[in-house]
Design a protein around this ligand. Structure first.
Ligand code: FAD
Length: 346
């Protein structure tokens, strides 16, 4: 079933959908860990699961002979196969992410043909990010798409039986429902929020069926974003994306990686919790005070985790009260905190 149909049905039934995305294991990793992460989340009836896609990366490694060699690595392979495996194992719809970065239009078409053959009806169409060596400037593959909008157009064309080879006669139309990404705090490359929303409007005008947002920690930013999208004429469902903070390092890494802000109140709560963890707080087994009360660092972040979960629960409840169609959680491969949130909210 298409995500658009799932959302329409939920709207009629006045329900908010629980959904989440998972990241394929690192090369050589065990897929069983993914199944173990997904299993407890199935209790909350997610109608679909998103699977992220990770482009090839270029690395420079020094060989034993001292020669620097350029190596292309796929650190997280298997995203399409994982989508199919999850669909079969959990009898759930899957939404593989399809990414322009590093791919020609022809390669993207091949991937979409594979997905269509597997009976997958949903994709999230994304541009992807620059390679580490590209100094933050996205360079499309020769014969690839510069923007996600081009990919949306390609998918829409395939849905009407138009493949890249125009000499194909009576090519079978695909049947994809397409989601795209939106940024309540503006995408980092966009000159301003208005132009970013205009580009989002173009993706929807090209045929995107719904929007999933980048993570945010201040609901006011999401509500504002939705207001501006609606004013710009975007009418498709907008799904908020949430991630619970689970380590104190997230205070630094999440804003840097995703160009988002963390509200002062949450920063204070997490920093306070981190002190509790350092002291070996209540829920830290193994935490202890040494040298007459000086805390010994322990590898425990139970209090930080709890602060992150509580914040995400409050965010989720407020979003649901505002009638969002779904709440989408970024699991980053770990599900225990998402289970706690879902249990409190859904
Ligand atoms: P686009 O929509 O192409 O926008 C990119 C930038 O270009 C924006 O600043 C936009 O304003 C600007 N722009 C768009 N059109 C034009 C135009 N015509 N002229 C000038 N500027 C324009 N990345 C992955 O690699 N794998 C994933 O699985 C993945 N999943 C994601 C899931 C979600 C929900 C989100 C929010 C992001 C995800 N990303 C993923 C990250 C995403 O690839 C990056 O944020 C990327 O930098 C932008 O992707 P996009 O699809 O939003 O790009």
């Amino acid at each position: 079933m298409k995500v658009s149909t799932i959302l329409e049905t939920a709207k009629i039934e006045k329900r908010t959908i629980f959904s989440f995305e998972i990241v394929p294991p690192l090369r050589g990793g065990d897929v069983q860990n993914i199944y173990r992460a997904v299993e407890p989340l199935m209790e909350f009836n997610p109608p679909h699961i998103n699977i992220t896609y990770h482009r090839d990366e270029v690395e420079y490694r020094t060989t034993d002979a001292g020669v620097i060699k350029k190596i292309v690595t796929t650190k997280r392979p298997g995203s399409v196969a994982l989508a199919a495996a999850l669909m079969n194992r959990f009898k759930v719809e899957v939404v593989p992410h399809v990414v322009c970065a590093g791919a020609t239009q022809y390669e993207l078409e091949n991937d979409l043909i594979d997905l269509n053959f597997m009976g997958i009806e949903n994709v999230l169409a994304l541009r992807g990010d620059p390679q580490p060596g590209e100094h933050g400037i996205f360079t499309p593959e020769a014969g690839g798409h510069r923007y996600a909008c081009g990919l949306v157009k390609q998918i829409v064309a395939m849905n009407s039986g138009k493949y890249l080879d125009e000499t194909l006669r009576e090519a079978t139309p695909t049947n994809f429902c397409t989601g795209v990404a939106g940024y309540p705090e503006k995408h980092y490359e966009a000159a301003d929020a208005e132009s970013d929303i205009e580009h989002l409007r173009a993706k929807v005008a090209a045929g995107a069926d719904y929007i999933v947002t980048q993570m945010f920690f201040d609901n006011a930013r999401f509500f504002d974003f939705v207001k501006h999208c609606r004013a710009a004429g975007i009418t498709v469902p907008i799904i908020p994306g949430l991630k619970p903070i689970s380590t104190v390092r997230h205070l630094e890494t999440l804003p840097k990686t995703f160009n988002i802000n963390i509200p002062e109140e949450l920063v204070r709560a997490v920093e306070q919790a981190a002190k509790t963890d350092l002291r070996g707080g209540d829920s830290c087994s193994g935490g202890r005070l040494v040298n007459g009360g000086v805390s010994e660092p322990v590898s425990c972040n139970a209090a930080v985790r709890k602060a992150g979960v509580e914040w995400a629960i409050a965010q989720s409840r407020e979003l649901i009260a505002h009638g969002v169609p779904a709440v989408h959680y970024y699991t980053m491969g770990k599900s225990d905190n998402i289970v706690e949130i879902a249990r409190a909210v859904f």
